[in-house]
Every structure is written in structure tokens, then in C-alpha cells.
Design a protein around this ligand. Structure first.
Ligand SMILES: *[C@@H]1O[C@H](CO)[C@@H](O)[C@H](O)[C@H]1NC(C)=O
Ligand SMILES: *[C@@H]1O[C@H](CO)[C@@H](O)[C@H](O)[C@H]1NC(C)=O
Ligand SMILES: *[C@@H]1O[C@H](CO)[C@@H](O)[C@H](O)[C@H]1NC(C)=O
Ligand SMILES: *[C@@H]1O[C@H](CO)[C@@H](O)[C@H](O)[C@H]1NC(C)=O
Ligand SMILES: *[C@@H]1O[C@H](CO)[C@@H](O)[C@H](O)[C@H]1NC(C)=O
Ligand SMILES: *[C@@H]1O[C@H](CO)[C@@H](O)[C@H](O)[C@H]1NC(C)=O
Ligand SMILES: [Ca+2]
Length: 579
């Protein structure tokens, strides 16, 4: 027997931390020579190519045309410092351009290169972008797909996949800072998935919340954690996963695709409202997309090569075709089968029976069945009738009268088949959610009344100027800007007072208690010192040279505190410029 080939590719450049490699290169040879009493003969095994980072061979397309920044050149700001807008994108300059291929390049010398879109200057029209990644080959993902966003992760996006080279698409995972608001789905985490619902398409809030653009840049499609449901946390028991791949309907297809598409629906907002006076800080920028995957060869090939710019399995077991999806010449096309991981550890090659009687052997076999394709993502919420569609892997919920699941806030339900749930439509009384069990954004639950009460949701009514967001906590607390407080952020904290126009709380510059106004000056409305005739300066600290008195220099005594007052003043001015 040949010794198993070491998983060289994995060890060298590709995926050093990958469980699939650590398991000793299982399924990496298709056959080995064995000498028995009858003479030498081939022993055949199920086999698959090693994983690779498929970003190296992906075709990238971005839509709509003109979404990439730089033509014409454009200035942009950042969320972290919206007042420094010195950065520029210029497609005609190699140093300042941000074309799509920078999402898949190899970065050298620590230099981050990224694709960047135009800014959201056309607000309120949404800033939408599609990124389509194509391989023209079916692939099986083997580790997390990770997308790196510079300058903040989108507040809402969908990852989609195609199994048929882009003809039909289905959602893979939804991402939003508020799943209910963006997609009408309750937020989930992959860690909540169990064997029975591992292939469920979820919406997660884990990768969209604002935590600062520099702190967290990744948006992840979690493959490792899904494998871990069967293989254990460190993917120690890969055999269990391989077994499930063979026995659980839809599992292998769930991890298979020929194309991926990112639909970017709303950029990072910095955790607050869209600020219309500075739209140059809203855009998308992606520096890298890692897609650790292997070619799908139906377990009939241990190598996959790039030939004529197309990935192609090097088929063994007398199979042929790009995915080894049909018989080699001279073999009964009907006898084609994928090889199998079972029985472990070497699997079954399921090779063909030679049948010279069959003419024209290289006829393509019936296509490998693809799972049903969901309808268009966003139209699927519309049907207002309750349909009972059975689903193979999950229990279809009973169809109860809408009153019961909707807590009396809606009398219509709809069945969303790609996530296999019944959801209430048009929740009234400011409720929302699958069962109208939550309050709409901007409302909070009055816990003293029952869930089916028409007044169960009370408006947050956050002060628009001194709150960071119109949303409030479950107990109705608004998020206040510095200086304001109270449930609605409508009172000023100690040391702050309302601005004259009543717009927000600003820090006091003076008051009559601390006697910051000197030389008999009085504090006017906490914001300025009114000085006697012969003094001037923000704190009346400077003597004025009055001709009749001669010039008296009476400022020495206060010069030391002057600097600190000026410092305070500068701070206050900066503060009022910011808000
Ligand atoms: C993205 O793709 C979807 C599906 O084809 C399409 O409906 C949508 O208009 C595209 N968006 C953009 C911005 O091109
Ligand atoms: C895609 O792959 C097929 C082989 O399956 C090949 O015939 C075709 O030319 C490829 N298309 C492109 C655009 O590379
Ligand atoms: C998956 O199933 C488990 C156990 O059956 C359940 O606790 C969990 O909520 C389900 N997750 C989703 C996203 O439906
Ligand atoms: C492939 O076909 C040849 C005949 O063309 C046969 O000798 C050989 O054993 C077959 N190999 C496998 C792995 O089926
Ligand atoms: C909650 O409901 C109770 C009973 O109807 C009512 O007295 C109270 O004012 C409500 N609370 C709010 C915050 O509206
Ligand atoms: C300012 O004027 C007041 C009286 O109006 C006088 O007592 C004081 O000495 C003057 N101070 C200076 C610095 O001129
Ligand atoms: Ca890059």
C-alpha cells in the first residue's frame, strides 16, 4: 500500500489550522497498489482534493456599474473621525484607486489593499452593491468564509449562493444589526443550531453591530462551528461529520456552491442615525474575502487543477467531467455514482462496471440533483395565505389560527418557505416579530399590561437632538449623548445646560457659583461672562486700557488660572462644534 500522501498543500501555504488536514490527510488518495496471492491489483478509495484558499482563483464582479469609487475622484471621511476628510479615491491614480480585485489579492508587506465604493451622497436613496464571486466549478467549503471590511461592517447584508453557476440563487445567511427590522427574522447564532436544523438559513446580528471600525472588521459565514455540531468543538471527530455527510439529506449540498454573492444593503453608520450633513463617511470597503474550499469531485479525484482558466477535477475511478460527474468513455453511463465516505476510514469508490455493449459511452448522466431553490429573497414575505408545505429536515409548524401566534396584533400569517417558518404579517399596535411578540423599533414594552393589549408598546420618544438613536432599551431608556440624561435624554446633566436654541445640552462655561467670571463679571446663561466696562476677555480677565485712568496692568493675579480657563473654553467650543 502507498503511504498516505502528506497533506502538503495544507501544511505549506494554505490552511495550517484546518481540521481537515490535521486528521492525517484522510481521503487524499484514490487508489493504491496491493499485492495479493492473485497478483498485484488496485485497491480503490473515496478521495477528494486538498482544500485551498479559493480567493486565488475567483472571478469578481461588482454591481451596479459605477459603484466603485474614483470616477470622478471623490473625497471621503471616516466614521471614526468624520471631520477629517482628506482621503481621496481616484480611479486614475494607481495609489488612490480601489478596484474590485483588491478583495482577492495577496497583500504584501503589511499594506492593506481594498475595494471601495462611492459614498452615500445620494441618501436617502439606498446605497446598494452586489459582489458576485464566481468559480465556474462546484466547490465544497471547508472552513469559515471571512470577509474583511475596512471602515466598518455593513448594518445589513445578505450572503447568497448559487449551485448552478449563477442561474439560480438562494440565501446563505442574513446579517443585520437588527434582524427583525431588516429581514423580519428573529436573530440567531450558529451556536444555537442543533443537528436537526444545521442547514437552516439564519439571520445573525453578531457581525453587524457597531463596535468601532477598527475593533472588529470581519463578517463570517461560520463553517467550522457548523462542522463542530457533529465533529466536536475542535473538529476532533471528523469521522462523525463524514458519516453525516453521507446520511443526512441536504448536508453536503449546504456546504456546496459554484458562486457566492454578497448583497450589501446598508453601510456602517457608526452606531447612530444617518447624519445627512456628512454623507461622505458612509460607504463600503472590503480588503479581503477568504473562501477556504475544495473542488467538489464527487469523491473521485484527489487533485483539482486550473486548466484553460477553469478548475477541473483530475478524475480517477474511470470517471470524467469537470466534477467527475459522469462515467469515463466505454462505461455504462447509468452506472455512475458518487463515491462514498462510508465505510470509514477509506470509503467506497463506487467505480463502474465495464459494459462494452453500451454504445456512445460519453453521454452525460442525469444531472446531479440540486436542492430546491428558494424564491427571490425579498418577494417571499408577501404571500398572505397560510400554506402548509412539508420540509424534509424540519418539522413544519402546525397551522394555528393567526390570533394565537400573533398575540392579537395581526390576523394574517404567511409561510416563508426558505426559512420554513410561519410569520405574522402586518403586525399592528406598533408590534413586530414572527408572532408580533416584540415592539417595533422606537417602542418599548409596557410590562404592566398583557402582551395582547393594544397599548403594549409605548413610544420611546427619545429626544431627537440629545439621543444617540431613536431606539430605546427594553425598559424604555434612550441612549443619551454626553451631557444629557433622563429616560428620554431630555434633561441636562449637572454642569450642562440647554443651548439657547434649545437644541441640545452643552457644557457650562461659567456659572455664578464657581465665580469663573472675574473682576466683577457676571455669567450670562452659563455660556458667557458679561464684563464691566474696563475688563474684557472670555472671563473678564483682561484689563482694558482706559485713557482717563492710564493703563493699569491688573491681570497678573489671574494669569495662572487663565490657561486652564482657556483650555476649558477650547474644550467647550470643540464640543459645541461636534454636536
Ligand atoms: C443585486 O442582485 C439582485 C439579484 O439579481 C438584484 O435584484 C439587485 O438589483 C442587484 N443589486 C444591484 C445593486 O445591482
Ligand atoms: C466554465 O467551465 C466549463 C466547463 O465545465 C467550460 O466549458 C466553460 O468554458 C467555462 N466558462 C468560463 C467562462 O470559463
Ligand atoms: C435548532 O434546534 C434546537 C434544538 O432543537 C433549538 O434549540 C434551536 O432554537 C434551533 N435553532 C434554530 C435557529 O431554529
Ligand atoms: C478503468 O477501465 C479500465 C478499462 O478501460 C479497466 O482496466 C480498469 O480496471 C478500470 N479502473 C477502474 C478504477 O475502474
Ligand atoms: C402601562 O400601562 C399601565 C396600565 O394601563 C398604565 O397605567 C401606564 O401608564 C403604562 N405605562 C406607560 C409607560 O405608558
Ligand atoms: C475699573 O473701573 C472700576 C470702576 O468703574 C475701578 O474701580 C477699577 O479700579 C478699574 N480697574 C481697572 C483695572 O481699570
Ligand atoms: Ca486586499
Amino acid at each position: 500500500m502507498f503511504p498516505p500522501l502528506p497533506c502538503l498543500l495544507c501544511l505549506t501555504l494554505l490552511l495550517p489550522s484546518l481540521g481537515w488536514c490535521q486528521t492525517g490527510g484522510q481521503f487524499n488518495v484514490c487508489r493504491s497498489l496491493r499485492v495479493s496471492e492473485a497478483g498485484p491489483g488496485w485497491e480503490l478509495y473515496a478521495c477528494q482534493p486538498p482544500p485551498a484558499n479559493m480567493k486565488e482563483v475567483m472571478q469578481i464582479k461588482v454591481d451596479p456599474p459605477g459603484i466603485t469609487c474614483g470616477n470622478p475622484p471623490e473625497r471621503f471621511c471616516t466614521l471614526e473621525n468624520p471631520y477629517l476628510c482628506s482621503d481621496e479615491c481616484d480611479a486614475s491614480s494607481p495609489d488612490l484607486s480601489h478596484p474590485p480585485q483588491l478583495m482577492g489579492d495577496r497583500e504584501r508587506g503589511g499594506l492593506i489593499t481594498y475595494w471601495q465604493t462611492v459614498t452615500w451622497s445620494r441618501f436617502p436613496e439606498p446605497l446598494l452593491a452586489n459582489i458576485t464571486l464566481s468559480w465556474n466549478k462546484s466547490l465544497e467549503v471547508v472552513d469559515d468564509i471571512a470577509i474583511t471590511f475596512e471602515y466598518g461592517r455593513p448594518t445589513s447584508m445578505v450572503l447568497e449562493k448559487s449551485l448552478d453557476k449563477g442561474v439560480t440563487w438562494q440565501p446563505y445567511q442574513y446579517y443585520a444589526d437588527d434582524c427583525l427590522e431588516a429581514f423580519g427574522m428573529s436573530p440567531k447564532r450558529v451556536s444555537e443550531l442543533a443537528p436537526s436544523n444545521l442547514t437552516r438559513v439564519i439571520c445573525t446580528e453578531q457581525y453587524s453591530r457597531w463596535v468601532g471600525a477598527k475593533e472588529e472588521k470581519m463578517v463570517v459565514f461560520e463553517v467550522r462551528a457548523r462542522f463542530g455540531v457533529f465533529a466536536g468543538p475542535k473538529l476532533i471527530n471528523m469521522d462523525a461529520l463524514y458519516t453525516r455527510m453521507e446520511t443526512m439529506k441536504g448536508l453536503r449540498d449546504f456546504f456546496t456552491f459554484t458562486n457566492l454573492r454578497l448583497r450589501l444593503l446598508r453601510p456602517a453608520l457608526g452606531g447612530t442615525y444617518v447624519q445627512r450633513d456628512n454623507l461622505l463617511k458612509y460607504f463600503y470597503a472590503i480588503s479581503n474575502i477568504d473562501v477556504p474550499a475544495r473542488c467538489k469531485c464527487n469523491l473521485h479525484a484527489s487533485q483539482c487543477v486550473l486548466r484553460d482558466a477553469t478548475l477541473q477535477c483530475e478524475c480517477d475511478h474511470n470517471t470524467s467531467g469537470q466534477d467527475c460527474q459522469r462515467c469515463g468513455p466505454g462505461f455504462n453511463p447509468r452506472s455512475w455514482k458518487p463515491a462514498s465516505y462510508l465505510p470509514l476510514p477509506t470509503g467506497t469508490a463506487n467505480t463502474y462496471v465495464y459494459s462494452p455493449d453500451v454504445p456512445s459511452p460519453d453521454v452525460p448522466p442525469p444531472d446531479v440533483p440540486l436542492p430546491d431553490v428558494s424564491p427571490e429573497v425579498y418577494s417571499s414575505r408577501t404571500p398572505d395565505i397560510l400554506v402548509d408545505v412539508p420540509s424534509p429536515d424540519e418539522i413544519t409548524p402546525e397551522a394555528p389560527p393567526p390570533d394565537a401566534p400573533c398575540n392579537g396584533h395581526s390576523n394574517r400569517c404567511s409561510y416563508i418557505d426558505f426559512i420554513n417558518v410561519i410569520t405574522c404579517v402586518s403586525c399592528k399596535h406598533n408590534t413586530r416579530g414572527q408572532n408580533c411578540q416584540y415592539c417595533r423599533l422606537g417602542y418599548y414594552r409596557n410590562t404592566s399590561v398583557e402582551l395582547d393589549d393594544e397599548e403594549v408598546c409605548v413610544e420611546c420618544d427619545c429626544d431627537p437632538e440629545s439621543s444617540l438613536s431613536p431606539h430605546c432599551s427594553d425598559s424604555g431608556l434612550c441612549q443619551c449623548k454626553p451631557g444629557s440624561s433622563g429616560r428620554r435624554c431630555d434633561t441636562c446633566s449637572p454642569g450642562y445646560n440647554w443651548r439657547k436654541d434649545g437644541a441640545s445640552c452643552i457644557e457650562n462655561i461659567c456659572d455664578d457659583e464657581r465665580l469663573i467670571c472675574q473682576n466683577g463679571g457676571t455669567c450670562d446663561d452659563f455660556q458667557q461672562c458679561l464684563c464691566p466696562d474696563n475688563f474684557t476677555g472670555p472671563f473678564c480677565e483682561k484689563g482694558v486700557c482706559l485713557k482717563k485712568d492710564g493703563c493699569l496692568d491688573n491681570t497678573e493675579g489671574s494669569s495662572s488660572s487663565l490657561t486652564s480657563h482657556l483650555y476649558l473654553l477650547t474644550l467647550s467650543l470643540m464640543y459645541s462644534a461636534l454636536f
